[in-house]
Design a binder for this molecule. Structure first.
Ligand code: FES
Length: 153
């Protein structure tokens, strides 16, 4: 291979790799770490944390409100983050993101959760949909009122 051809191949490979990484990041959903309060082993999370304003690319279209499918909660006292999924208008799941197989941190996306270590997958309710994990994710009891979600740790 000629030197010039080699440089072209390397340049296109790098561009392709960058594009692939961008595409994968785009497919992964958006991890939003929500604000919350934690007292007496109870998390209080405002439902408004699930709302976001999505800006339009053109000036003709106005910005619009969209619902996040899930938000993440992280606190120093928690060894792993908690993912809170909106299952329906007033039903939420709160999942501890420690894989039940060998303890890696599970990664959420809009549709399900996946463990990067050995590929286990979990539903938004925490049930196993693909092994090797055999047990569901730890879940926390949630209650709601018109304004907040209450998660009992
Ligand atoms: S630690 Fe998650 S699949 Fe093995």
């Amino acid at each position: 291979m000629e030197r010039g051809e080699f440089i072209k191949v390397c340049a296109f490979s790098c561009l392709g790799g960058s594009a692939l990484i961008s595409m994968l990041e785009g497919c992964g959903g958006s991890n939003y770490f929500a604000q919350f309060s934690l007292t007496n082993n109870q998390i209080i999370l405002r439902k408004s944390e699930f709302q976001k304003v999505e800006k339009s690319n053109s000036k003709a279209e106005p910005a619009r409100n969209v619902q996040r499918k899930y938000v993440l909660l992280n606190a120093e006292s928690l060894k792993f983050p908690i993912s809170v999924y909106m299952l329906s208008e007033d039903k939420y799941s709160a999942l501890w993101l420690q894989c039940t197989h060998k303890g890696c941190e599970v990664k959420p996306n809009d549709q399900y959760l996946v463990c990067p270590c050995h590929g286990s997958e979990f539903t938004r309710a925490g049930d196993v949909q693909l092994g090797p994990a055999a047990l569901p994710l730890k879940t926390f009891v949630t209650k709601t009122d018109h304004e907040n979600i209450y998660i009992q740790l």
